[in-house]
Design a protein around this ligand. Structure first.
Ligand SMILES: [Zn+2]
Length: 715
């Protein structure tokens, strides 16, 4: 619900003398990367948003509308039809209704007003011209709705004080929206830039809340407030493309809270099969033990939507258990016994019972988990599944990307501890955690997406910002209970520390990073990925996922090496002479090439069979619930991006020589393996050798005795 910038703190050695030696200061973080995390610093902001949802209108709390006659006009809505025919036969309402891309209109009057209140012209322009259009386009492509037939009219009795969307500090809804309404819109987002401390903690970037709903409870209006002081632009008002991307990601995250990803929205969900609310109205209060162990009396969704569970380690959490979500999360981990997808179990707002985000430990790179990774932010099929299960939308799963995190690893990834001790009480990463978790504070690995080099995050909680030591079930380091990874990830150490000042300097896809000495022949390009190596660092090389061969090809100096198994070790020469052979560890294939394994997690419309045999070999494949289902995702029609090739025929070895390799070969290799350049170097060296001999010899020959004797005067 809000955005928060935070340092990733590590202990142990740091490259480049940057930061992070036990007790990093908040001031030391690079400012050009947005990260968000829930923490006590912004729990007050979060409490404000919850208070708005709980109390701005009675409707939020009770589910009983102020005006029972209120109706948004739809030509043909499945839920309207189900209301009419409820007493007739049960029917599947999934067919023949015309869902169309969600039309989002932005009302930016309140944001524009901030131009006058400070030097915010550039930032207001940046949000209006760069951020909002991309965010709107994303959600329009990802979600479809039954379109509103006439103008979208805002109901004043759901607004704060009858006029404000969400809060009096956000936007005062124009009178015309209450009377004539907004044309061609299915959702109005009121965008403001109020810097008030109620909504802008020192590192909060934005907050969002829904403020109007149609008769089927779909949000039709919401507020999104940007904290302009946290928008960091260059002097000329522009921003690095990566910074723009970060801000767009934040806006997409915030809009998702308005669209339905909010603990206060889950009880409003409708069942798209029966055409009825999933939780009956008006809501009844119940007393429940929340994820923090405290008992609260509150309005909760029905158990068909959300359930409280206790994990293997005794930790209580809430899970979304609707059908599409359940199918997607089972396919994600290849764990068909999961009951649903876990919400965050670190209650970060003081009054939060279930959390508003996916759990960090299980869904770390997800765009709708609580913490944004500095490198990887993936809107996965899970979030689209949740929004589809709200009953309000049809999701276009091709707009999502399968998360590499725990993908296809099995139930152990979900149930078992992230780190374990071996027979000699040594801390190790278990097989199911390999590539995701780490044990050493200065260990070097790769980001979840395999696009960035990353350091292992281990925090000493005895000195970090006064934080308390992890509770017993989250202590992994024998004899060192104060150590652990990020709190939200259940203190599991993971590769989330950028060890350079700017995370983009660690991006394998950024060709500007390839200007160094290059003794490991690394390649920084659009198609490069990060590989763990034994060279003390992870390294960047070009790589492609080959669909037909079900393998990955790594290109090192023009020569292709095949990764056909998870964690296969490749001994590769990073120079032509073999002077520098290093071992490259292949990534987990389901993590580096996630779309080769049941794209879009079968779009929640079937089970991913990870052991399916296709043409005699094992190839994970979706088994659709409906055999004639040809929808993108389940029927594997998803177009694959540039990381993938259908087969390896397009790969051509183009072995590169470095200028000095043939020279080194002269000293190292047998002449039978020399190439022409080596022979040229050898000839040149021989000539040089002769020249030197000549010089030495000539200096030894005595000077000729032909010098005339100069007569002395007294001769
Ligand atoms: Zn959020």
């Amino acid at each position: 619900m809000l955005i928060f910038l935070v340092p990733i703190t590590t202990i142990g050695g740091q490259e480049d003398g940057t930061r992070g030696i036990r007790g990093t200061s908040l001031n030391d973080i690079p400012t050009n990367v947005i990260r968000r995390i829930y923490g006590k610093q912004n729990s007050a902001v979060r409490r404000e948003i919850h208070a708005i949802e709980e109390s701005s209108t009675g409707y939020w709390r009770t589910g009983i509308r102020g005006d029972p006659d209120f109706e948004i006009e739809y030509e043909n809505h499945p839920f309207a039809l189900s209301q009419k025919r409820r007493k007739e036969t049960h029917r599947n309402l999934n067919e023949n209704f015309e869902f169309k891309p969600l039309r989002i209109k932005f009302a930016t009057d309140a944001l524009e007003a901030q131009r006058r209140n400070g030097n915010y012209d550039d930032k207001v322009d940046f949000i209006i011209n760069n951020i909002l259009p991309r965010m709107g386009k994303f959600w329009s492509s990802a979600l479809s709705v039954i379109p509103i037939e006439s103008n979208l009219i805002i109901q004043s009795n759901e607004l704060a004080n009858g006029v404000f969307c969400g809060d009096s500090e956000f936007t005062r809804v124009p009178d015309s929206h209450l009377t004539t309404g907004v044309e061609d819109a299915d959702l109005v987002l009121y965008v403001s830039g109020q810097p008030s401390t109620r909504f802008c903690a020192p590192r909060t970037l934005a907050v969002a809340v829904a403020c109007n709903f149609d008769q089927f409870d779909r949000p039709i209006a919401g507020a999104i407030n940007f904290c302009l002081d946290q928008v960091i632009l260059d002097d000329d008002g522009s921003a690095h493309p990566a910074v723009v991307d970060d801000n767009v990601d934040v806006a997409i995250h915030e809009a998702a809270h308005v669209l339905g990803m909010s603990s206060n929205s889950f009880r409003y969900f409708w069942d798209h099969d029966t055409g009825e609310p999933r939780t009956s109205r008006g809501f009844k209060e119940s007393t429940v033990e929340c994820v923090d162990g405290k008992k609260r009396t509150m309005f909760l969704p029905d158990q068909n939507t959300l359930r409280f569970e206790v994990g293997a380690n005794g930790q209580r959490h809430a899970a979304i258990v609707t059908n599409t979500v359940k199918t997607v999360v089972r396919n994600q981990f290849d764990c068909q016994t999961l009951s649903g997808a876990q919400l965050e179990n670190q209650p970060t707002g003081t009054d939060s019972c279930t959390g508003d985000h996916w759990d960090e430990r299980l869904f770390y790179p997800e765009a709708l988990s609580g913490v944004i990774s500095p490198s990887t932010n993936i809107l996965s099929p899970l979030t689209l599944a949740l929004l589809e299960d709200s009953g309000w939308y049809k999701a276009n799963f091709t707009m999502s990307s399968v998360s590499p995190w725990g993908h296809g690893v099995g139930c152990d990834f979900v149930d078992q501890p992230c780190l374990v001790t071996d027979d000699s009480n040594k801390l190790v990463v278990p097989d199911y955690g390999r590539g995701f978790f780490c044990t050493k504070a200065n260990g070097r690995g790769c980001s979840p997406s395999h696009h960035f080099k990353m350091g292992c995050t281990v925090v000493d909680y005895s000195i970090f910002s006064g934080n308390k030591i992890p509770v017993e079930e989250f202590q992994y380091f024998p004899g060192e209970p104060e150590l652990g990874g990020p709190e939200q990830a259940d203190y599991c150490p993971l590769y989330s520390s950028p060890y350079k000042n700017d995370v983009h300097d660690l991006d394998c896809r950024n060709s500007d990073n390839g200007n160094g000495l290059g003794i490991f022949s690394e390649s920084y390009s659009e198609n490069s990925m990060c590989f763990e190596t034994n060279s003390g660092e992870s390294r960047c090389y070009e790589a492609k996922c080959i669909k037909d061969e079900f393998s990955m090809e790594v290109n090192i100096r023009g020569e292709h090496h095949t990764c056909s198994k998870d964690f296969q070790e490749l001994s590769v020469k990073v120079s032509d002479t073999g002077l520098l052979p290093i071992t490259i560890t292949c990534p987990r294939l389901s993590s580096a090439c996630p779309d080769m394994f049941c794209p879009a997690n079968c779009a929640g419309r079937g089970i991913c069979n990870y052991t399916a045999i296709v043409n005699g070999t094992t190839r994970p494949k979706c088994t659709c619930f409906n055999e004639s289902d040809s929808s993108a995702g389940c029927a594997e029609t998803r177009p694959l991006d540039g990381r993938y090739l259908d087969d390896s025929s397009e790969l051509i070895d183009d072995i590169e020589d470095t200028y000095f390799d043939p020279l080194i070969a002269v000293f190292i290799d047998d002449p039978s393996t020399w190439n022409n350049a080596s022979w040229a170097w050898a000839s040149g060296l021989f000539m040089l050798f002769l020249l030197i001999i000549l010089c030495i010899c000539s200096s030894c020959i005595p000077a000729r005795r032909g010098r005339k004797r100069i007569p002395r005067s007294d001769d």
